[in-house]
Design a protein around this ligand. Structure first.
Ligand code: CA
Ligand code: CA
Length: 285
């Protein structure tokens, strides 16, 4: 065998090793890396500090929570997406006043109850995020920050009460009008409130499971199975454009699941209060 032939064989071996190495290592991780659905991002599994010690009593103590990887919609469900759901299923129409606050198909849908949000998510082959998943996603990989981008709230970062900078909106802004957070998610702070899957439990933060916690002592599948009959209070996250709505990463309010409009004391000035869902889909391992 000539020196040149030997060299060719060695080079072929090296190339085959490089070709094979990646799939072998990939398989060893046990992570199938499923295809990310359109308009969603993969939120990696991990641990974070949930809650805030400066917040209301039901948002503390700060505690360590681990969540599995999951997919999350990059933006709030739009009026256009929700209208497609209505025409496909015959689900009840949106209230007339929705068009005042969200005038185009690119604006986030508002005026939907938790029951509506659950029905939409099921139709879309998704589900609402748990409160823990929502907060983990909203923090965008940052630790101990007040907002998804850091500690200072400005109108260049989010649509919240008032206008200024990038925020020209008195009501809702078209989705994705502000920079995304570290996970590529838009409007996790402000624009419209977002329903979470689990029940409200005032002692949840003190007694939470450390892995994939779900408030209310029931499983995710049980909540989905019987959601139509549920009248349990639900968690709502992220703040909105109406007064008295600070869009912090840890801030929580609670509402009855049929709510589509309301007031939260001490904010009698809120003319209207809107919600929608951030639909997420857990990766099935
Ligand atoms: Ca605004
Ligand atoms: Ca939002």
């Amino acid at each position: 065998m000539t020196h040149q032939t030997k060299l060719k064989i060695v080079m072929l071996g090296v190339m085959m090793f490089l070709f094979l190495e990646k799939p072998i290592l990939h398989a060893q991780t046990g992570d199938p890396q499923p295809t990310v659905p359109k308009d969603m991002v993969r939120i990696p599994a991990g641990e974070f500090q949930m809650g805030s010690n400066d917040a209301d009593s039901d948002e503390k103590p700060v505690h360590t929570v681990y969540v599995d990887a999951f997919f999350m919609d990059t933006h709030e469900v739009t009026v256009g997406q929700y209208k497609r759901f209505i025409s496909a299923t015959g689900h009840r129409a949106l209230p007339d006043w929705v068009s005042k606050y969200s005038p185009t198909d690119r604006h986030p849908v508002v005026g939907i109850s938790w029951h509506d949000a659950m029905a939409y998510a099921q139709w879309a082959g998704k589900r609402l995020p748990t409160e823990a998943e929502w907060e983990y996603a909203a923090r965008g990989g940052l630790a101990g920050k007040e907002y998804p981008w850091g500690d200072t709230l400005t109108h260049d970062n989010a649509n919240y009460p008032g206008t200024g900078g990038r925020d020209q909106w008195k009501y809702t802004a078209p989705v994705g009008s502000f920079p995304a957070n570290g996970y590529g998610l838009y409007d996790m702070a402000g624009n419209v409130w977002e329903w979470c899957l689990d029940e409200y439990d005032k002692d949840f933060y003190a007694n939470s499971e450390s892995r994939n916690p779900v408030a209310g002592g029931v499983s995710i599948s049980d909540i989905i199975k019987s959601y139509n009959n549920s009248s349990k209070i639900r968690v709502v996250r992220g703040g909105t454009f109406t007064p008295c709505a600070s869009p912090t990463a840890a801030g929580t309010i609670r509402l009855t699941p049929a709510t589509v409009m309301g007031f939260v004391a001490p904010c009698p000035v809120s003319p209207v209060f809107e919600f929608m869902n951030s639909s997420a889909k857990r990766i099935e391992n």
